[in-house]
Each structure stands twice: as structure tokens, then as C-alpha cells.
Ligand binder design. Structure first.
Ligand code: NZQ
Ligand code: ZN
Length: 385
């Protein structure tokens, strides 16, 4: 196992009716900037519940944070927060709202250009307003981690950044809040959480038994309950397991002490920035192709994955690996998330620009051994056609 330091300070408030509990977490005299997305929290009633929980506190509302939140939109919230002297942020929504609110939290009192927060990948963050989140979409794990992704629209740059100051103070996770999700977002959420686990698990063995078995437990749960969210759409227990799985997939625990990959995510970000695919759609396209291309470098863990996650233990090593990749692809497709570039009307003619963007963003040595050069990324994209 590799050395690691691990700390996750987020207080989780999990279960039905837990929104009301946030009144104990936010100071009584706080001036609260409440952030949300395109309006789902209004129609579902979640925003009203949040406001009721905040009671007499001064509330400043900022709606309209879009999926794949943009620097340009978020700077409007930063200006509002400055003008109104906000001193606490409550984000109500999915990964985009939570991520965008982490940027706002860091930018409001940032000494210098807020853009530097993105350009330094979060190293420029020296302070942040306290942030609480109310999760309405289980997928990214943003609720219990210190990372975020913000798009600079002007340059089509999807910038991931993180800083320990950006951990939420608390995360309300009421699984019933995800019952209103459209099917597309349910599928997206399961795929995103699944790929988060894979990026930290399918590398090379370092005898991290706890990390491996936790990772496999999350994958098995997603495989079991992901499809059930479609066949039993009103089952809150299913949503509870998916919500906790998504949080555990990216709260730092399974990634501590093991190598991490993240090449699928970085290539995926360019697909979203240039072509507008949903985050999870990009992962469903890139991951099977990445595993195929990296089948030798990842052989030992792929065989472990095949056996322990998919129960594949007959055939040559190569046959078992092929079968495991195929099962992964079928799983994504079953969740309604297509796994080829052509399914999104993209072809070989789009690959050059994607590679140029990877280079422009410094994504030239990706993967657990930094071997995913632009040339390998090209092979992966070609394998994803
Ligand atoms: O905007 P509204 O109207 O709220 O609608 C949203 C949005 O259109 C809707 N939605 C959310 N909760 C709902 C709901 N609709 C009905 N009922 C509900 N309960 O769902 C749509 C998608 O929301 P979004 O927040 O964009 O989805 P997701 O949670 O998948 O977040 C994706 C973003 O997170 C980033 C991605 O890059 C992307 O920008 N990621 C963040 C990570 C992190 N912080 O650790 C890691 C991930 O790898 C990922 O990169
Ligand atoms: Zn992701």
C-alpha cells in the first residue's frame, strides 16, 4: 500500500426529512447565499424546504447555475454575494450547483483574479466562505469532497480544481430528493459513480485490500441497484444505496493509499467542453476504449475486476478481460448511456481538435503511470468510434 494522509471533515445528514436539521448547522445570524440550478428545485419543492429550514436568516438567492457550470455565470453570483455581504453559502442541486458553489465560496473574498483559482487548479485558494450542500442528484460525490469542475466558456476549457478549504461543512442527503430525476440523469449518476471507482481501482496492484474490497462493494451495489432505479422508480431504499454509493465513490476513502488513473475523466472533459456531451456520457464512451487500450498495463487488476465484480473466471486471461470490458459496456448501455462516439454523432474528423485541447490543457501524461500521451489518447478515441 502507498503512504497516505486522509481526512474528510464533511458532516453528513442522511435520510428522510434531514433538510430541517441544517438549521442547527448554519449560524443564526448568517447572511446565506442560496444557490441552485435551472429551476428543478423550485418545481420539486426542495428550495422551499431549504428556505423553511433557514427560518429567519437573511437569504440571498442565486439561481441559474447551468450543467457544467461556467465561470461566466458563477462570476455573477460572486458579484451578488459581494454586494450583499453573504457570509455562508447553501448549494441546492447536483454536482454542477455544488461545484459552482465551491468556486463562488473561494472567489468572493479572493485576493486577486478569481480566474487564478481555476488556472492554479485550486492552489491559489487561501480562504473560502463556509458551504453547506443539499444533494438532489447522486453522482459526482462533490457533496463529500473538496474538488470541483468549472468551465471557462470563452476557451472551452473544463477546469478541475480542488483545495481542502472547499470541503462542505455539511451535506444533506435525503434520497427521496432524487426520485424526481429524469431517467437520463439517473443513468448518468450511476455511470459517473461507477467510473469514479474504476479510476481509483483499475490501475495496478499495491496490496490495498481494504481499498479494493470497498471499491468492489461499491461497484457491486451500483450494478445491483442502478437498474432497479429504473424498474422500481419509487423505491427510496434503492435511491438511498445509490446516494451513499456515489458519495463513498469519491470522498477520498477508496483512493487513499492506491494509485489513481483519471485519464478517462480528463479526456471526457474535452468531449463535454467541445461537444456538450453530459459528463457521464463522455465516461461511458471513453472508459471501455481506455480499458481495451490499456489491457496489458492494467492486466492484473482487470483480471481481479473480471472475477470479483463480474464473476468471470473461465477462459484465457485475454478472454476474461475482453468479457469484463464487454460487461461494463453493456451495463452502461442498459442504464441508457450510449458508449460510442458515433452514438453522439461524433466521428474520426473530431479527434484532432480533442487532442489539441488535451495538449492545450497540459493533459499529456495521464494515467496511473503517466503513460497516456496525446498519441495514446488518440488511440483511445479511435477505439471509441
Ligand atoms: O438545473 P436543474 O434545473 O436543477 O436540473 C438539473 C440538471 O439539468 C437536473 N436535476 C438535478 N437534480 C434534480 C434534477 N432534475 C429533477 N430532479 C432532481 N432532483 O439534473 C441536471 C444535471 O445536473 P448536474 O448537476 O449538471 O449533474 P451532475 O450531478 O451529474 O453534475 C455534473 C457536473 O459535476 C462535475 C461534472 O464535470 C459536471 O460539471 N463533476 C464533479 C466532480 C466533483 N466535484 O468531484 C467529479 C465528477 O467527475 C464530475 O467531473
Ligand atoms: Zn465524474
Amino acid at each position: 500500500m502507498l503512504n497516505f494522509s486522509y481526512r474528510n471533515p464533511v458532516k453528513v445528514l442522511f435520510g428522510a426529512g434531514m433538510i430541517a436539521q441544517m438549521s442547527k448547522e448554519v449560524p443564526a445570524n448568517a447572511r446565506v447565499l442560496v444557490t441552485y440550478g435551472g429551476g428543478s428545485v423550485k418545481t420539486t419543492g426542495t428550495l422551499d424546504e431549504v428556505k423553511a429550514a433557514l427560518g429567519e436568516r437573511h437569504i440571498i438567492e442565486f439561481g441559474g447555475i447551468e450543467p457544467n457550470p461556467s465561470f461566466e455565470t458563477l462570476m455573477q453570483a460572486v458579484k451578488l454575494g459581494r454586494r450583499e455581504n453573504a457570509d455562508y453559502i447553501v448549494a441546492v442541486g447536483g454536482g454542477s450547483v455544488m461545484d459552482g458553489s465551491k468556486f463562488i465560496a473561494a472567489a468572493i473574498h479572493h485576493d486577486g483574479e478569481p480566474m487564478d483559482i481555476l488556472k492554479t487548479r485550486g492552489r491559489a485558494v487561501t480562504q473560502a466562505l463556509p458551504l453547506g450542500v443539499v444533494v438532489t442528484l447522486a453522482a459526482t460525490g462533490s457533496e463529500t469532497n473538496s474538488g470541483a469542475v468549472v468551465t471557462i466558456r470563452a476557451t472551452h476549457s473544463k477546469m478541475a480544481f480542488s483545495n481542502p478549504l472547499l470541503y462542505p461543512q455539511f451535506a444533506v442527503m435525503d434520497p427521496a430528493k432524487t426520485l424526481t430525476l429524469p431517467k437520463r440523469q439517473v443513468g448518468n449518476g450511476v455511470v459517473d459513480a461507477f467510473v469514479h471507482v474504476v479510476e481509483q481501482y483499475l490501475t495496478y496492484p499495491v496490496d490495498g485490500k481494504i481499498q479494493d474490497r470497498f471499491a468492489e462493494g461499491i461497484l457491486l451495489t451500483l450494478i445491483e441497484d442502478g437498474p432497479r432505479a429504473f424498474s422500481e422508480p419509487d423505491n427510496v431504499d434503492v435511491r438511498a444505496n445509490l446516494m451513499w454509493a456515489a458519495s463513498q465513490a469519491l470522498n477520498g476513502l477508496i483512493g487513499a493509499g492506491v494509485p489513481q488513473d483519471w485519464s478517462t475523466h480528463m479526456i471526457g472533459h474535452e468531449l463535454t467542453a467541445l461537444h456538450g456531451l453530459d459528463h457521464a456520457q463522455t465516461l461511458a464512451v471513453v472508459l471501455p476504449a481506455m480499458l481495451h487500450t490499456q489491457r496489458e498495463a492494467k492486466q492484473a487488476k482487470l483480471l481481479q475486476y473480471a472475477e470479483r465484480v463480474w464473476g468471470i473466471n473461465v477462459g484465457t486471461p485475454d478472454e476474461r478481460i475482453s468479457a469484463a470490458i464487454e460487461r461494463t459496456r453493456e451495463f452502461f448501455e442498459r442504464l441508457g448511456v450510449a458508449t460510442t462516439l458515433s452514438a453522439y454523432d461524433l466521428g474520426v474528423q473530431h479527434i484532432d481538435a480533442l487532442i489539441e485541447q488535451l495538449q492545450a490543457h497540459g493533459m499529456v501524461k495521464l494515467g496511473e503511470r503517466q503513460t497516456i500521451t496525446p498519441e495514446v489518447s488518440r488511440q483511445v478515441l479511435e477505439a471509441a468510434l
